[in-house]
Design a protein around this ligand. Structure first.
Ligand code: HEM
Length: 452
């Protein structure tokens, strides 16, 4: 196994220590309309909990994120660290500088709670006891349990042995054809996800993960739809049963084995994990598109793979940095939401704060590499020192599953690219000017065996 340190996936504590803005200016009505039209509406329409393929295709065509990034850059010049929208229903504020982002993330969960009203309504449809929508002592205990099982900060999880073999096996199956599209890729990805989370022979056992799809679609509408009561009950019942089976080598077994404090509902943590693994599949497929576009980057990755046994767990820092860079370019959580508890500089109690990550990840004024693929930033400390490069969020609410993702995804990619070439068909990426919006559902590759 390589001894190079694994790239850090979240900003350092020093980067996050910046203070919150002293006051937040109220936006004009015209600017409020512009933010609603260019930032909020496109984000909601593409599907916050489950992406909508047709809307994603349209968003790519229109490059909706580009317009949003331009607008927020302009507003930062006029409003400074942050602005509060003039919305009738409730107070909503937007962070506009890395300092403001750092202050909000460092101040999680108090006074900036991740359990915002929108998230509770959307995620409550399938994970009523998830840590992300919990508060107070319940949140603390659920967070501890998530950390104990997912092991953030550890590049190679203690269960990585069987996972590496599972991933290598699924990659072999994936490489059977001359082409690869999203449907085929995602079918294999979910087999991996089921085996990693549930264990045993669940690769083909689709009922549980299939039930999640309609619940997530309902989640897209948050409180605007009542949700599917029967589907939800069946889904949660299956989750409980799967966890009780404690199949060796699975996250579910690790979850069942942890002592849990009162009110934690260990099985109730698993729905978020299944949901979030979807994003990791999207990130993997987009990274493959980058490798297909950037032969030098692919060569550097292949160098790291030289002589490495991929049926054993490996750290692969270069590949890990590449995956991080892919999720910087196209963050799968475009809106980090917090809701204030008590009055703060951001506004009255229950002000929603939004960190629109595509803006900070692609800010052309602050990042010389904004629209390029530059994995080195994850290896040389530039990303760790920037409070607003937050594909996995940051601070006490940062993604506890990040190191599981950053093991599984690079391992899959390693198995795919080690001996096969991928050519993008139908989508052209411009290396110096990568698109702000990239529709993962529309990506398609021709696959060739390098040895033949
Ligand atoms: C590419 C894949 C993933 C990305 C980009 C990602 C990113 C994130 C982000 C940005 C947050 C913070 C959300 C917020 O504050 O609103 C988060 C939270 C979380 N993620 Fe992930 N995640 C991924 C996959 C996973 C996986 C696979 C798991 C579990 C196996 C996981 C477990 C969690 C949990 C439990 C939380 C809630 C943490 C808390 O509230 O304290 N994530 N993730």
């Amino acid at each position: 196994m390589t001894t190079r340190p694994a790239p850090r996936a979240i900003p350092s504590d020093e980067a996050l220590s910046a203070a919150a803005p002293e006051s937040v200016t109220q936006a004009s009505l015209a600017d409020t309309f512009r933010v609603v039209g260019r930032v909020l509406v496109p984000t909601v329409l593409t599907g916050v909990v489950k992406r909508r393929p047709r809307v994603m295709a349209l968003a790519q065509k229109l490059q909706t994120d580009r317009a949003a990034v331009r607008l927020l850059g302009e507003l930062r010049h006029r409003y400074g660290h942050a602005l509060r929208l003039r919305l009738p229903a409730r107070p909503v504020a937007l962070a506009l500088t890395p300092e403001a982002v750092g202050g909000v993330l460092a101040g999680t969960p108090s006074p900036f709670s991740p359990a915002s009203k929108e998230k509770k309504a959307a995620l409550g449809k399938f994970q009523p006891h998830g840590v992300l929508i919990s508060e107070g002592p319940e949140r603390t205990a659920r967070r501890e349990l998530n950390e104990a099982v997912l092991e953030p900060g550890r590049a190679v999880h203690e269960l990585a042995d069987p996972w590496a073999r599972t991933i290598a096996g699924q990659a072999r199956d994936l490489l059977g054809g001359d082409t690869l599209d999203w449907d085929e890729f995602t079918a294999h990805w979910w087999r991996i996800v089921r085996q990693v989370t549930l264990g045993g022979d669940t690769a083909e056992d689709r009922e549980l993960t299939d039930l999640l799809a309609p619940l997530r679609r309902a989640g897209n509408w948050a409180y605007a739809t009542p949700g599917h009561r029967r589907t939800r009950e069946r889904f949660l019942e299956l989750v409980r049963r799967q966890v009780a089976l404690r199949r060796p080598g699975s996250l579910a077994a690790a979850l069942a084995a942890e002592p849990a404090a009162e009110g934690v509902d260990p099985a109730g943590q698993l729905p978020h994990w299944l949901f979030a693994f979807d994003a990791a599949g999207i990130v993997a497929f987009r990274t493959l598109a980058l490798f297909a576009t950037l032969p030098d980057q692919l060569a550097a990755v292949r160098k790291e793979l030289d002589g490495v046994d991929l049926t054993e767990p490996q750290q692969l820092p270069r590949l890990r940095a590449s995956v991080l860079e892919s999720v910087r370019l196209w963050p799968t959580t475009p809106a980090l939401l917090r809701e204030t508890r008590g009055e703060t500089a951001w506004g009255p109690d229950r002000t929603t704060i939004m960190v629109y990550t595509p803006y900070f990840h692609r800010d052309p004024e602050r990042l010389p590499y904004a629209d390029r693929f530059e994995p080195e930033i994850w290896l040389d400390g530039r990303a760790a020192n920037n409070a607003a490069l937050v594909p996995f969020s940051g601070g006490p609410g940062a993604c506890p599953g990040r190191d599981v993702v950053l093991f599984a995804t690079p391992t899959l990619l390693a198995n795919l690219v080690a001996e096969h070439d991928f050519r993008l068909v139908g989508t052209a990426l411009e290396p110096g000017n990568l698109p702000l919006t990239l529709d993962n559902f529309g990506l398609r590759f021709e696959v060739g065996d390098r040895r033949s």
